[in-house]
Design a protein. Structure first.
Length: 664
């Protein structure tokens, strides 16, 4: 479904997330597209993807109001256990991976102000991207075209939120360019949750080549979670250990990618992608000094230096009714992981003595093949297979006394087939079915700590393997000036050895394998829009995610239902406005289901004005989130060892935004 505004006639929407350029309506899989204008409309501050993903069924992006830990992004429940970053969902920017070969991804360098669209693939076909279970999310930046345009924007809001941004785009002499820079800072709604972030993005296009470079610099306090008593008494507060240890995180990343696509004639096309980057992360945790007296303890400060690189070679061939794609993907990550004590004498929250030092590597080498065939005008058949092979190794360089040599290695491999079929009942109604196998290895962060407290990586953790089934329908119609779109999908996933949180204490997590889990779900979405500017949209997800054992407890961190609805008047120019409603079911916080974040619903209002004045375009808008100032937990920390499960969502928030563009 195309989730962009539709006040004017736009070019046909196409997606590439299936590696074949097609209209999402014609793809035999659950695919959604969010146009860049939606990411920036409705006075959105353009800070987090959670601002714009609510109308994609099956996708949950919980804004934790904790920029030290990033969004809690999940697709069909996969990824909900992540305590930081994104896992279980493959991430890409302009075709460049934002997910490392171990499956750990980051959203911090996603530049929403320069986005042309976001594509989301759910279900079985995500397995063709390798080490992933839930889905694939790709952001594409705008290509520089035409006369140069300079755009300045400023968003300002509650709790000291400021986001000034500047971007320039255009083309000259065969070179297209799009440059963007944004600064963000906030004092934070909760105590000890201030943050700042600087993002820069460059895209250059010339002929068959595209160069993408980006950088991000983050410094954020970590407010940790709250116990039930703390949350009920004062949701804006923090546990005393957070300021005592000055829990915080800093992240710096620089990345460069190059893509070359060339038509070879006769329907043949070659695509070559190469990328590389560096990322450093330092995190101060709230581990007390007492446990660190154990000579086997790795310390309360995590210091990571990562360098990574990869390439993807892809050949495609297309005829009128048949399309083939074959490729080979290689990715490599080298990590220096050090651990330090988080105290010196009586002083807490400072870097102390070294307690861990190791050099880790992970790589994958994956061939893949997929095909799409139309045996008859009404039928589309698609199939593919990927051989996923991931190797981890660790070289322990901290060997002292009782802390022996914990070096080791492990290799995981799986063959992942998928297949689907679509039948066009009519030009307005398509039915489809898909099935496939999924595969998900532990990430380095999940291997980092053993449950028994012994140092070294947890090489006993096994990869999870899943069987995925999906049935769906897509419908669209046009009546006069109105356009109607709708989708429905039902799915079932059974996973063996799913990697789940065993403990989470002071910001440190350990993991285990669950014997089996089951997910069954229903996804509904619909949109009604007019050429004049009216837009009504709705999305609902029902998801039953359980451990498949005698007890059958629900998997924590996953809401059983989530609903979003929006109504707005969004003409190309003039006054505009709308209302947004969100509702989430309750979310259990631990494996025993002994406590849960309660169900909640919120309202948001936005209004603005947009007008062109010759070479100038001006937009002013305002927004109020959580209009009724409702108290709720926006996300939870699964199985938190100190029962600090709850991360409070902010109360009523106001944002104003000004945007000015000048076409030279």
């Amino acid at each position: 479904m195309d989730l962009g505004p539709a006040p004017v006639q736009l070019p046909p929407v196409t997606i590439t997330v299936t590696r074949t350029e097609a209209n999402p309506f014609d793809v035999p899989a659950a695919v959604d597209v969010i146009q860049g204008q939606r990411l920036r409309d409705a006075a959105r501050a353009e800070v987090q993807l959670s601002e714009s993903l609510a109308l994609v069924p099956g996708v949950t992006a919980r804004d934790r109001q904790n920029f030290a830990q990033d969004l809690q992004l999940s697709v069909r429940g996969f990824g909900a256990r992540s305590t930081f970053g994104v896992r279980g969902v493959r991430l890409y920017v302009d075709g460049i991976p934002a997910t490392m070969p171990d499956g750990q991804g980051q959203l911090s360098h996603f530049d929403l102000s320069s986005a042309q669209r976001v594509e989301i693939l759910r279900g079985p076909f995500s397995a063709l991207y390798g080490n992933s279970s839930g889905g694939v999310l790709q952001l594409f930046t705008e290509k520089g075209e035409g006369a140069p345009v300079l755009t300045a924007s400023m968003a300002s809001g509650s709790d000291g939120l400021m986001r000034p941004g500047l971007r320039a785009a255009g083309a000259s002499g065969g070179l297209g360019w799009h440059l963007s820079a944004n600064h963000f800072r906030t004092d934070g709604w909760r105590d000890h949750s201030a943050a700042r972030r600087d993002v820069g993005n460059v895209r250059l296009d010339w002929g068959d080549w595209m160069l993408v470079a980006n950088t991000v610099d983050v410094k954020a306090d970590d407010p940790l979670g709250l116990t039930r008593t703390q949350f009920d008494a004062s949701p804006r507060s923090v546990d005393p250990v957070a300021p005592a240890f000055n829990t915080r995180k800093t992240v710096q990343q620089s990345q460069l990618g190059l893509v070359h696509e060339r038509a070879l004639g006769g329907g043949h096309k070659l695509r070559v992608m190469a990328y590389g980057g560096e990322r450093t992360t330092v995190q101060f945790q709230s581990i007390p000094p007492g446990p660190q007296a154990n000579p086997l303890h790795p310390g309360g400060v995590i210091d990571l230096e990562r360098s990574y690189a990869g390439t993807d070679w892809r050949w495609s061939w297309k005829r009128e009714r048949l399309e083939l794609v074959a490729g080979l993907s290689y990715d490599h990550l080298q990590e220096a992981r050090r651990g330090w004590q988080n105290f010196i004498g009586p002083t807490l929250g400072v870097q102390g003595a070294l307690r861990r030092d190791e050099r880790n590597e992970v790589s994958n080498l994956d061939p893949y093949l997929q095909a799409q065939w139309k045996p008859a005008p009404a039928w589309t058949l698609a199939a593919g297979v990927r051989r996923n092979s991931v190797r981890f190794s660790s070289d322990d360089r901290y060997i002292a006394g009782a802390n022996g040599n914990d070096s080791g290695s492990v290799r995981y491999a799986a063959t992942l087939p998928v297949a689907s079929a679509m039948y066009a009942v009519s030009p307005q109604i398509h039915l489809y079915g898909a099935a496939g196998r999924g595969f998900e290895t532990p990430t380095f962060n999940e291997l980092a700590y053993r449950p028994d407290g012994v140092p070294g990586l947890n090489f006993g953790l096994r990869p999870s393997r899943s069987r995925n089934f999906e049935l769906g329908a897509k419908a669209r119609a046009a009546t006069g000036d109105w356009r109607h779109e709708g989708t429905v999908a039902v799915f079932s996933t059974r996973t063996k050895d799913e990697i789940v949180t065993q403990s989470n204490t002071g910001g440190r997590s350990t993991f285990r394998n669950a014997a089996a889990t089951e997910r069954r779900g229903l996804e509904l979405a619909g949109q009604l829009s007019s050429m004049g500017g009216w837009r009504l949209a709705f999305a609902h997800t029902w998801l039953d995610a359980r451990y498949a054992d005698a007890i059958g407890a629900r998997i924590p961190g996953i809401a059983r239902s989530f609903t979003a609805a929006e109504a707005g008047w969004l003409p190309p120019q003039g006054w505009r406005g709308g209302v947004e409603w969100r509702r989430s079911g309750r979310v259990f916080v631990n494996d025993t289901n002994s406590d849960a974040a309660a169900a909640w619903w919120t309202l948001a209002l936005h209004a603005g004005w947009k007008q062109d004045f010759g070479t100038w375009a001006i937009e002013a808008s305002a927004r109020i989130d959580n209009l009724l100032d409702r108290r709720y937990a926006g996300s939870v920390i699964v199985n938190e060892g100190n029962s600090r499960y709850f991360e409070a969502a902010p109360g009523r928030q106001a944002t104003i935004k000004l945007v000015a563009s000048w076409r030279l």
